[in-house]
Design a protein around this ligand. Structure first.
Ligand code: ZN
Length: 238
């Protein structure tokens, strides 16, 4: 298979799309940077139905060349309250949310997700991966740091046929990495992201409403509030 790229065609990029606020904004950034986005949604935990729906709505609203959904159930591994191992923490003070590695950390999640994105990119002839990680709000996640992303880029170039044959250089784009949640929201609004379609909650109701109390809901709600805006996502009892 040839991976020769036509300079007149937009470059393809694989965008990890969870349907959350950050990944929706990362998709909009990929489009704004002129890439043709191929969205990849990996359903790995307890929130499959809600995430699938949000990711589909976001992908449809922003427009993607193709949207793939993969079910990679990480629940048997346990080790995270996000995949049903223990309770998702609620009502935590900001101080404890922004320090330490929370129980919602999923072991090696971003390495798993980026590896899947890399595999799809190599077969598509794409060299650009977009991920909505952010190290400001969640300083404790080891796989959201710039040095982790650079290390993954090195791995991608060493570990693939197209990398070693020198057809191109893989790049991991994390356009939100140094932005605060408020800056992400402002940038997304500029780029036309409809945040009513996104879903960030770690522990949604059976109807798919955000709990309003987990770290993801709290950080998101507080950011909208500081901006003087209403969070258009749906919450239960908020
Ligand atoms: Zn929540």
């Amino acid at each position: 298979m040839s991976h020769t790229t036509d300079p007149n065609q937009p470059k393809k990029a694989v965008v990890l799309l969870s349907g959350g606020l950050d990944s929706a904004t990362a998709l909009a950034e990929a489009k704004a940077a002129g890439f043709e986005p191929y969205a990849l949604t990996v359903l790995y935990g307890q929130r499959h139905a809600v995430e699938r729906e949000a990711a589909r709505a976001v992908g449809h609203s922003l427009g993607v060349a193709r949207h793939l959904e993969l079910e990679v159930d990480l629940r048997p591994f346990g080790g995270s309250s996000l995949v049903g191992d223990g309770e998702v923490p609620k009502d935590r003070p900001t101080e404890s949310m922004t320090h330490g590695i929370p129980s919602t950390y999923v072991p090696a999640r971003n390495t798993i997700l980026l590896s899947l994105a890399l595999a799809w990119a190599e077969s598509l002839g794409a060299f650009d991966l977009f991920v909505g990680v952010n190290c400001v709000d969640y300083s404790g996640y080891p796989d959201c740091r710039p040095e982790y992303l650079r290390a993954f880029e090195n791995l991608a170039n060493l570990a693939t046929r197209v990398g070693v044959e020198g057809e191109g250089q893989f790049r991991v784009h994390a356009p939100l990495i140094t932005l605060t949640k408020e800056q992400i929201i402002l940038r997304g609004r500029e780029l036309g992201v409809d945040y009513s379609l996104t879903h960030s909650c770690y522990d949604p109701s059976p109807q798919g409403l955000g709990c309003g109390r987990c770290d993801a809901c709290s950080i998101r709600l507080a950011a909208f509030e500081r901006l003087g805006l209403e969070d258009p996502a749906c919450y239960a009892g908020v």
